[in-house]
Design a protein around this ligand. Structure first.
Ligand code: AGP
Length: 607
């Protein structure tokens, strides 16, 4: 989604900002722009298209040591040059870049028009530039404060003003903003990924906070009254190389292949072989708190929601507590009943998904306890929760989430184990599951080693316009996640169904042109699953079956992909790995931009 980068220091600022913007490209965008403050005052270059295309057409005299830049993902108005950020006021002295949505922009646009202002774009953001310019405050901070007083919505924004050339002012409400500290130079960005090559000394703004950033330092204050919040920078433990694709042809492929290692990272130090349980200190819940939980409600969006469904299944099976998952994007709008003895669990890779964040806030506003399963340390959701489990998957850049989702599943397995062991889960079962979790990273490696066998299958699936993914009980969320991954990057219509529901409708669509990817693990439902395969086979529907080698498919004509068996409760994540590879190779066969699928953004920070 939209990205912000700013620089103030001694270097020529535009190249620094443009390079930073390329680091945010995978978040998804359709236009780019940069504003520079230099000897010639404030200058702006912006257009629809890629950062590289903007760099190629940058005006010759575009020098200056202060700049802000933006990648836009269209919300208000199409992807045009005029709608690209930065937006400027009528005098050309103020430039603004903005992530988020200004909810009352229509009213503010009307007020500005009535006051004689000619608006140059369709965007919500442009109003901020005019409001800053029209404020009578005598400092830039005062002008920004005045503008924000009338703005309702979410924002991470950065402002340049030709009358205050020694500073960038930034503000946050709901969209992330980070200030990076260099040597007599400073950076701002909406994501650490844009900064880590320059500095790992950073300060993350909180909602309601503003910062003045000059070449020599920064100071933070509240939006409302400009009183100091006294924030200082801290060192983040991030390796800049983790953000690079290295020799891999795409980030997605790199992230798929990293899973044996990243899966170990989420388990490290959390398994207790002796007592067959898990230790999750970050939850900040003792055995008494855990025993008091009567219900678990998991909240996430997209694939995080589907893994949440896998997690709910694990919790019900191991802890025998009623558990379910709900799309956070729906939950927050339906005035949910928040129960004191329900444990709410927010699950998110980025920790910035606005729907999940607002769902957490809804839970907490009504007195509920919400813990997080989050990958990005210090992100908004992680900070908003009462405690949680960090996923330790490392930076995930590709829009299609893989390694973070695997670690979400493992995070849920740890939580289910701990909840189970303070209840009726026996020590023998606890030890069985601990041993199963310890085997998992090696089994993921085994599946990845068989990648070559999947390529032809993926190519065949890529040729279909429409596909089904089916699974039953533990396998249904796996099917949902498989269909999601496939449609995200191959742009094929892929629909997930519970296997048991096939005959209640979708069987009508089965024919030789519509393949089905079926999840058939060796478990208590194998025979019933095979029955459904017969029904598909009888209608000449092509079948790809992800299964275990002990499963006998008899005379069914199917392409089979065998995965190693673990414990039945943990098998879903092993069944998921081939689905990542199928999606990846189908998209590659179709020649799509795998890391930057059309219309999608890595983290969805607008409602
Ligand atoms: C996953 O492949 C998707 N890109 C998407 O559904 C994602 O899982 C969802 O937007 C939630 O993101 P989060 O984990 O960062 O909250």
């Amino acid at each position: 989604m939209c990205g912000i980068v700013g620089y103030i220091g001694r270097q020529d600022a535009a190249p620094v900002v443009l390079e930073g913007l390329t680091r945010l490209e995978h978040r998804g965008y359709d236009s780019a722009g940069v504003a520079v403050l230099g000897g010639r005052g404030l200058r702006v270059a912006k257009q629809a298209g890629r950062v590289r295309e903007l760099t190629d057409v940058l005006p010759k005299r575009f020098a200056g040591t202060t700049a802000i830049g933006h990648t836009r993902w269209a919300t208000h108005g199409p992807a045009t040059d005029a709608n690209a950020h930065p937006h400027v006021d009528e005098t050309g002295r103020v430039a603004v870049v903005h992530n988020g949505i200004i909810d009352n922009s229509a009213a503010l646009r009307a007020q500005l028009t009535d006051a004689g202002v000619t608006l140059a774009s369709d965007t919500d953001t442009e109003v901020v530039a005019h409001l800053v310019a029209r404020s009578e405050a005598d400092t830039l901070e005062g002008k920004v404060r005045d503008a924000l007083r009338v703005v309702v919505g979410t924002y991470g924004l950065a402002v340049l003003h030709a009358d205050f050339p020694d500073r960038i002012v930034v503000a946050r409400n709901g969209s992330p903003l980070v200030v990076g500290v260099g040597d007599k130079e400073m950076y701002v960005a909406s994501d650490l990924a844009a900064l880590v090559r320059h500095t790992t000394t950073v300060a993350m703004l909180d909602d309601g906070e503003m910062a003045t950033v000059t070449a020599s330092g920064f100071s933070t204050m509240r939006h409302t009254d400009l009183s100091s919040t006294g924030k200082t920078a801290t060192q983040v433990d991030i390796d800049a190389a983790a953000y690079e694709a290295g020799d891999h042809e795409s980030y997605m492929r790199k992230e798929i292949l990293e899973q044996p290692t990243t899966a170990q990272a989420v388990l490290r130090g959390r398994l207790d072989e002796r007592f067959g349980t898990a230790h999750l200190g970050g939850l900040e819940m003792d055995a008494r708190d855990l025993r008091a939980v009567r219900r678990v409600k998991i909240l996430g969006c997209g694939s995080a929601y589907y893994v949440g469904q896998m997690g709910a299944g694990l919790i019900e099976e191991l802890a025998r507590i009623p558990a379910d998952a709900e799309a956070a994007s729906e939950f927050r709008y339906r005035d949910p009943v928040i129960e004191p003895d329900t444990l709410y669990v927010a699950v998110s890779q980025s920790g910035e998904t606005i729907d999940t964040l607002l769902a957490v806030q809804e839970v907490r506003r009504k007195g509920g306890r919400c813990v997080g399963l989050v990958n990005v340390v210090g992100s908004a959701i992680a900070r908003e929760c009462d405690g949680g489990i960090y996923l330790h998957a490392g930076p995930e850049v590709a829009v299609a989430s893989t390694k973070a989702l695997t670690n979400m599943f493992l995070g849920f397995a740890l939580l289910a184990l701990q909840l189970g062991r303070v209840r009726d889960l026996s020590i023998a079962d606890g030890k069985r599951l601990v041993a199963g979790l310890e085997r998992l990273p090696g089994q993921i490696e085994e599946i990845l080693a068989g990648e070559a066998d999947l390529v032809e299958v993926a190519k065949e699936l890529a040729e279909a316009r429409s596909l089904f993914f089916i699974g039953r009980v533990r396998g249904f969320p796996v099917a949902r996640e498989g269909a999601q991954k496939f449609k995200e990057i191959s742009y094929r219509h892929a629909e997930a169904y519970p296997t048991s529901e096939l005959k209640h409708g979708p069987l009508a669509l089965i024919d030789p042109e519509v393949p089905t990817v079926a999840l058939v693990p060796r478990d208590e439902l194998t025979e019933r699953n095979i029955g459904a395969l017969h029904e598909i086979d009888a209608r000449h529907g092509p079948l790809v079956v992800i299964t275990h080698d002990e499963v006998d498919l008899g005379a069914i004509g199917a392409r089979r992909i065998d995965v190693p068996r673990n414990e039945p409760e943990l098998d879903p994540i092993l069944l998921t790995i081939p689905l990542q590879l199928l999606a990846y190779h189908a998209a590659q066969h179709l020649g799509h931009d795998i890391d930057k699928p059309r219309n999608l953004a890595k983290s969805v920070t607008v409602e």
